[in-house]
Ligand binder design. Structure first.
Ligand code: ADP
Ligand code: ASP
Ligand code: MG
Length: 815
């Protein structure tokens, strides 16, 4: 005998019902099967809505209508696929059930709250109907079916809504049922009966528990729980990235995992299976081939101790403090007893070492009742100040790490706390499970996803992940993606993984999930319908829960550069390939740095000067170790390096400029290059980097061309007019040549911070003498580097070198 349980997600529509019927048939070919079904997806939620406090009759009827619609839709479509399905009979049963439900609602409408026995009846209708539908599918496929009524046979104790099953009593009842060997056994999950024969339910998600009970009662050799994921993962795969399927876990681990919130199993499911030594497999109805996760008795000694990260949300923490706690040993046990009596589940307890502080966590929904109980219990003590006023912290979550003997795992707690620390998440309480299978921390609910992702990656994902939010996919952005793709394997060998989470340009944004292969990003980007604007970007960054997250700005958008402080405040690093932020006001320049310092995030911009040349980092290294700049001279523009190089080959200024433009060295209109402003901007960044507090306007620019050239916005016209300057430059070049010099467009920072950009005559001893053909060169005269300066020389523009500079900034985030 084998037991198979199918959850609501496996019964969401007609196709799924039929697929479940196929699985049942396949298994029946080998041995007798018993089937436990949950309600079709969503139905229990609608029914639960009915019993919510503030709902009026009409809203309740609406929920019934929605539930009925789902069921009718399911059977209609089953009939379409399986024509001999008993549609009319099933429809009649569905209609009757929902009519009865309507009557219940009219009868109890005058009450503020439905009595609990009625709540149980309302909530369990979905399961009853699942069984009716499945029974008729199986009958129409010519199977014999025995239905076990759980109210009569699954005997339980406790409240109407969260009952606990008496297995022995249930086993006795079930043994009395005459079940033929060739029959398929069907039973509604979630439902049981008390000793008065009244319907009770087993708590939300309780049909897993029903399955375990029936497996024990029927002496099944296996209990299969069929759901919508491949098995038990290292964390909820619907919430957390990079999770792994666990091949097998022990009963104890499964119990702890479900107790601490893994919804894949109801918390009470495993205990009976363990007692009867029945193995359990979690399987996926939508992926039958997957082997699933085996839960059984096992010796964990050779395995990874850590198994999963789980969470329970909507937690409130009670803080009971005062001298009485120290004096009265009974106080804590009294609290525990009274809450237990009232069916209030204490999920976690901590006590301070000074012993006058006792904290416990419960579900938020039980807060009011708990407060009333405590105030009644300690009325006198509170009055006499032996106990302080009881405090409650709400909106919390419990995050737990589950595994076998996890306390023996070296560095575990330090890893947990360091990853939470890096994400700036406060821990309000910590508890090590007495069972040695878990360690839990209490944190604010708003931080739960980020904390789980961070801790999960730290404990289970053997790689450091950098999460990239890329904006700008022009030449540099595209090259960067290609370089990241090319280096994937190389970085993997170093346990580094770069995950691009979003790619955007000024119009669109693509959110990359695990299903999108970065190789095909251009196709997906084309297909993306998501519009891009700062609001959408900020929203997605706000929800970002990854450690090591970086915004890379490969645009030239000034508005975006004004967001850097905001990004950093949200916990992201920022890499800028454009100079907008660093050449804006000194106030904003400092604000970015101060925020980055405060948030412990990086602002990197290596490519602002000299593209891929290691300029900024080299300067920072020098100055962090005590060097001082005496003076700087540099050729900071690739286009001007090219043009001035050509002049000494006796090429006319206008021709040299045209050539530079044709080779792609210049801005769309070369007038912008020749204005010298771009060189001034780079100089400003260098000057600020070495500590001079100056603005762009403080830089003296000696223009290459007279003022009136600025008015030629049309490139053709500009190049034509430029011929007017050819003769002047022939003269200047000649004059320089006569004294053994060449003309160079040089940016200078003098001692004291005076900055200028101008054409200079350079003699052959100067390192800048030979710099041409688009090369950049930067010469730093410092205390350590003199009289021979430190010289950085190489191409200072181009998509590939710039992208590689951005890439190296990216790796500096973690190195
Ligand atoms: P069913 O309707 O089949 O009972 P549930 O929704 O109750 O399904 O449980 C399955 C869900 O449990 C999965 O979709 C998944 O989101 C969630 N879940 C939570 N933690 C885990 C985990 N560690 N491994 C697998 N699934 C998990
Ligand atoms: N249908 C019930 C619920 O949604 C029981 C279950 O699915 O296990 O809680
Ligand atoms: Mg479930």
């Amino acid at each position: 005998m084998k037991l198979l349980k199918f959850g609501g997600t496996s019964l969401a529509n007609a196709k799924k019902f039929l697929c479940v019927a196929d699985i049942i048939e396949k298994n029946k070919n080998h041995e007798q099967v018993a089937i436990v079904l949950s309600a079709p997806a969503k139905i229990t939620n609608y029914l639960v809505n009915i019993i919510e406090n503030n709902i009026n009759i009409n809203q309740a009827l609406e929920q019934i209508e929605l539930s009925e619609k789902i069921c009718i839709e399911i059977i209609k479509n089953i009939k379409k696929i399986q024509s001999n399905f008993l549609y009319e009979e099933t429809k009649k049963i569905i209609k009757t059930e929902f009519n009865q439900l309507q009557n219940i609602i009219y009868n109890f409408a005058s009450l503020k709250k439905y009595p609990e026995n009625i709540q149980a009846i309302i909530m369990s209708r979905g399961e009853i109907l699942s069984i009716e539908i499945m029974k008729n599918i199986l009958i129409s496929r010519f199977h014999q079916v025995t239905i076990i009524n759980p109210v009569e046979n699954i005997i339980s104790k406790g409240s109407f809504l969260n009952s606990k099953v008496d297995i022995n009593a249930s086993k006795k009842c079930i043994s009395k049922i005459n079940i033929k060997n060739d029959n398929i056994i069907l039973m509604a999950g979630f439902i049981a009966g008390n000793n008065k024969g009244e319907l009770v339910i087993l708590g939300r998600n309780g049909s897993d528990y029903s399955a375990a009970i029936l497996a024990c009662c029927l002496n099944s050799k296996l209990c299969e729980i069929w759901t919508d994921v491949d098995g038990v993962f290292t964390a909820d795969p619907r919430k957390i990235f990079n999770t792994f399927l666990l091949k097998s876990i022990s009963y104890e681990e499964a119990m702890e995992l479900s107790y601490f919130g893994a919804k894949v199993l109801h918390p009470r499911t495993i205990e009976p299976l363990k007692d009867f030594n029945i193995p359990c497999i979690i399987k996926n109805t939508s992926n039958i081939k997957s082997k699933g996760t085996l839960i059984c008795q096992k010796n964990n000694s050779n395995e990874n101790m850590l198994k999963s990260v789980t969470n329970i949300d909507d937690i409130a923490m009670f803080i009971v403090s005062g001298d009485l706690i120290k004096q009265n040993n009974n106080l804590i046990s009294k609290i525990l007893d009274i809450l237990k009596k009232e069916n209030i589940n204490i999920i976690l307890i901590t006590q301070s070492s000074s012993k006058n502080n006792f904290n416990f966590c419960i579900l938020e929904k039980d807060t009011k009742r708990t407060m009333i109980l405590l105030n009644q219990l300690y009325e006198l003590e509170l009055k006499e100040k032996l106990l302080n006023n009881i405090n409650i912290i709400r909106n919390l979550s419990i995050l737990s790490i589950i595994g076998f003997n996890i306390f023996q795992k070296s560095n575990l707690t330090s890893k947990i706390f360091s990853s939470l620390g890096k994400s700036k998440i406060n821990v309000l309480a910590i508890s090590q499970g007495s069972s040695k299978y878990s360690i839990s921390v209490v944190i604010k609910k708003k931080n739960i996803l980020q904390s789980m992702q961070t801790i999960h990656d730290e404990l289970f994902y053997n790689k450091t992940i950098i999460n990239v939010f890329l904006i700008g996919i022009g030449g540099v952005g595209k090259s960067l993606i290609n370089q990241i793709l090319k280096q994937k394997k190389f970085l993997e060998n170093k346990n580094i993984e770069i995950k691009i989470r979003t790619i955007a340009n000024s119009k669109k944004i693509l959110f990359l999930n695990n299903c999108i292969d970065l190789k095909h990003w251009e196709k997906y980007f084309k297909e993306s319908k998501e519009k891009f604007n700062l609001e959408i970007l900020n929203k997605s960054l706000k929800n970002n829960c990854f450690l090591n997250s970086v915004v890379i700005d490969c645009t030239s958008d000034e508005n975006l550069s004004k967001q850097y402080v905001n990004f950093i405040s949200k916990g992201l690093h920022v890499i800028a390939s454009n100079k907008k932020a660093n050449t804006s006001s000194l106030e904003y320049y400092n604000k970015i740095r101060n925020t980055a310092l405060k948030e412990n995030k990086k602002f990197l911009y290596e490519t602002n000067v000299g593209a891929g040349l290691p300029v900024i980092q080299t300067l920072q290294n020098l100055f962090h170790t005590g060097d001082n700049l005496i003076c700087f001279k540099g050729i900071l523009s690739g286009s001007l390096s090219f043009i001035f190089g050509k002049l000494e080959e006796n090429i006319l200024l206008s021709d040299a400029t045209k050539q530079a433009k044709d080779l792609g060295f210049t801005e769309p209109n070369p007038c912008d290059d020749l204005s010298g402003i771009d060189v001034a901007r780079k100089l400003l960044i260098l000057a600020r980097e070495v500590g001079y507090e100056i603005e762009l306007k403080d830089i003296e620019i000696e223009p290459i061309l007279p003022e009136h050239f600025k008015k030629y916005h049309n490139t053709e016209e500009f190049l034509y007019k430029l011929k007017e300057m050819d003769a002047i430059f022939i003269e200047r070049v000649k004059k320089a040549k006569n004294s053994g010099k060449v003309l160079r467009f040089v940016g200078t920072i003098e001692k004291g911070g005076k900055c200028s950009v101008k054409i200079e005559e350079i003699n052959s001893n100067n390192p800048l003498y030979k710099v041409k053909n688009g090369e950049n060169a930067l010469t730093f005269y410092t205390n350590y580097y003199q009289p021979i300066p430190l010289v950085l020389r190489g191409y200072g523009a181009g998509n590939n070198v710039t992208a590689s500079g951005v890439f190296s900034d990216l790796l500096r985030i973690i190195l």
